[in-house]
Design a binder for this molecule. Structure first.
Ligand code: BGC
Ligand code: BGC
Length: 628
């Protein structure tokens, strides 16, 4: 190589420098000082159809790689339920994986970063060691929007701890029938409570600044995540609670029961909304132009992006995927902006390209979708901070977050019965006794107390993640002289041959999610009823029921001395013992109607023939005991 004189070198360096400055000045979209709309317009104008369609495509991590991101200009990746980089993966492993994918996106011509979504629906629940908060069915009981907002903020930090920036939460379904397998994802049957609980959104995304505009997407930087109100709309109103089914409803009830929480969400700046698998009066939501475009976008003025559910467009036809080109046409025309494909992405990309190139779908519709996606990406600061680092790792499962979850558990418990007569309450329990019995399939099982959407899609029994079981919480709480005997399903003989002061039975439903959770009988599976009968027949007992919804508890109640609905409390079982032993009082009030028999369903507060076992709003309160 010929030698260059120092002055030539200086000139060359200067030229490079000015060329870079000039390029970035003309690349307005890369300049954070430019107004949002200028950046969006500048970038959109540079994009080819292929690049635009890529932005509209969301794929699952199982089919993602840096090469795929780069080759197809993929706009987003998700982790479906249980879709993790490795069993018990560390946050560093998550970050490395996600940065790897992101580098693929950044290596594209325009370098548009992808966003990474996950179902963080009760904490960052797919991730080992994350704090698992109570499911929404318990949070509704608290009637405490400030608490829910704090849970959102904690969840945002735990999601960011793993390098993720998008949470598919909150589920703002109004579950009107507990036979629905997703009832536990709903805060209440009462739309007013669900509306309050949209405070999860400013918790996840941050508060819109005082001088900021309401009703437009807002995400407050690196410690916050994009939220997603779901599932639009009427998911909790299907016939007999059958998942993904049909909500038969008058316009008045649709707009007064299922819609209101969407107004709150949009006002609070929710950046994305997910469409429901279900139908409204026979029309699939994934193809509903009237509700998605005319109503949500044009009327409510939602400015974020609308995302499909997992293979949701496939299910526009029956059987699913019978005519995928039609599914693409129908959903994109309806106004969906990002499609959670999420596996066969080339089929989606080819299909959508065909439809646009042949003028079945106008470019204006594609541009609307891409503008919305880019808006969210700019607002959240993704172009400035596309890569994650390990500074947030410390938040995952932190002591502070576990204490917050424990508080939420305490406030979510509902005391349904206390004493065979009102003058002989069993609770709070004495910390000091000679010998006590703890029984039931849910007493010493983290997986059972967390429910669905924990580590696995359907959740799983067993010690699947870090937390405090209710049995260990009891042991932590009683006086050291109290002997705690644990027998999962003891015989009456065993109980009678011991001199127990009292027994605590912890039992209920086993983990499930979505359709497998649908139940027409709502009975507690065996050996739950047997354990209740044997234990409560032999010794004074309190039953702690772990369930995603009200379940059939007659004819067992008369046998019990006390009954506590604990819903799906999550990893912090200590909150249950805190209240059983009177360190805190019971404050929770039912956010759902407790029916007597399933043939009464659906039956919700305000219905004309309301005849519940325990009405909506019921809950016996107790005072904290000062010392014991
Ligand atoms: C569920 C959504 C979820 C998505 C991604 C779907 O089956 O209905 O709530 O966000 O999967 O896991
Ligand atoms: C995924 C879930 C998703 C479901 C939809 C599963 O394979 O893990 O996230 O909700 O499919 O059917």
């Amino acid at each position: 190589m010929a030698k260059l004189s120092p002055s030539t070198l200086v000139i060359m360096v200067m030229c490079c420098y000015w060329a870079t400055i000039a390029a970035s000045q003309s690349m307005k979209y890369k300049d954070p000082k430019q107004p949002l709309n200028v950046r969006i317009k500048d970038l959109l104008n540079r994009m080819t159809l292929e690049e635009k369609i890529g932005q509209m495509t969301q794929i699952d991590r199982s089919v993602a790689s840096a090469d795929v991101m780069q080759k197809y200009f993929i706009g987003s990746i998700l982790s479906g339920g249980g879709s993790v980089p490795a069993k018990e993966a560390s946050p560093e492993m998550w970050i490395d994986m996600i940065n790897g994918f992101q580098n693929g996106s950044l290596a594209t011509r325009l370098g548009i970063p992808m966003i990474y979504g996950i179902d963080a629906v009760h904490g960052n629940n797919n991730v080992y060691k994350a704090t698992i908060f109570p499911h929404n069915v318990g949070l509704g009981v608290t009637r405490d929007p400030e608490l829910i907002k704090k849970i959102g903020a904690a969840t945002a930090l735990e999601v960011r701890a793993t390098g993720i920036n998008y949470a598919f939460a909150p589920c703002i379904a109004v579950c009107r029938d507990p036979r629905w397998g997703r009832c536990f994802e709903s805060y209440s049957e009462d739309p007013a409570i669900v509306r309050q609980m949209t405070e999860l959104i400013p918790g996840l995304q941050g508060d819109i600044p005082a001088n900021g505009r309401k009703g437009v997407p807002y995400v407050g930087g690196k410690e916050k995540v994009v939220a997603c109100a779901k599932h639009f709309v009427g998911d909790g109103g299907t016939t007999k609670g059958i998942n993904e089914n049909n909500t038969v409803i008058s316009p008045h009830n649709l707009f007064s029961i299922h819609m209101p929480a969407y107004y709150d969400s949009v006002l609070k700046g929710v950046a994305t909304i997910m469409i429901s698998y279900s139908s409204v009066n026979g029309a699939k939501m994934h193809g509903d132009h009237q509700l998605v475009t005319n109503f949500l976008k044009n009327n409510v003025k939602f400015r974020g992006f609308v995302i499909s559910d997992w293979q949701g467009i496939d299910r526009i036809t029956d059987p699913p995927h019978a005519n995928y080109t039609y599914s693409i046409l129908r959903s994109v025309e309806a106004g969906l902006d990002m499609i959670m494909v999420p596996l066969n992405y080339t089929e989606f990309i080819d299909g959508l390209s065909y439809l646009v190139t042949n003028n079945f779908i106008p470019m204006s519709r594609i541009d609307d979708a891409v503008k919305r996606i880019l808006r969210v990406k700019f607002v959240m600061g993704l172009f400035e901070n596309p890569l994650a680092d390990t500074t947030m790792v410390k938040h995952l499962g932190s002591h502070e977050h576990r204490e917050l979850a424990r508080e939420a558990v305490r406030k979510s418990l509902v005391l349904l019965k206390n004493g065979k007569t009102a003058t002989e309450p069993l609770l709070p329990l004495p910390k000091k006794s000679a010998k006590i019995l703890v029984s039931g399939t849910h007493a010493d099982d983290i997986g059972n107390q967390c429910g669905g959407w924990t580590i696995e899609w359907h959740g799983q029994s067993g010690n699947i993640t870090i937390g405090t079981t209710i049995l260990s919480a009891i042991k932590n709480t009683v006086d050291p002289t109290t002997e705690v005997v644990y027998q999962e399903n003891p015989t009456p003989e065993f109980i009678k041959s011991n001199n127990f002061s009292y027994a605590i039975v912890v039992t209920g439903e086993h983990p499930y999610s979505e359709t497998v959770g649908d139940s027409l009988n709502l009975t507690i599976p065996e050996p739950g009823p047997t354990t209740i009968t044997n234990v409560c027949g032999a010794v004074k007992c309190v039953v702690v029921l772990i369930s995603g919804r009200p379940v059939v508890i007659e004819p067992y109640v008369s046998n019990m001395d006390a009954l506590v609905a604990a819903w799906l409390p999550g990893s912090e079982g200590q909150g249950v013992a805190d209240v059983l032993y009177g360190d805190y009082g019971f404050t929770g009030k039912l956010a759902r109607t407790w029916f007597k028999t399933v043939d009464q369903l659906p039956m919700n507060v305000g219905d004309p023939h309301y005849d519940p076992l325990y009405p909506f709003g019921f809950g016996i309160t107790t005072e904290a005991v000062k010392s014991s």
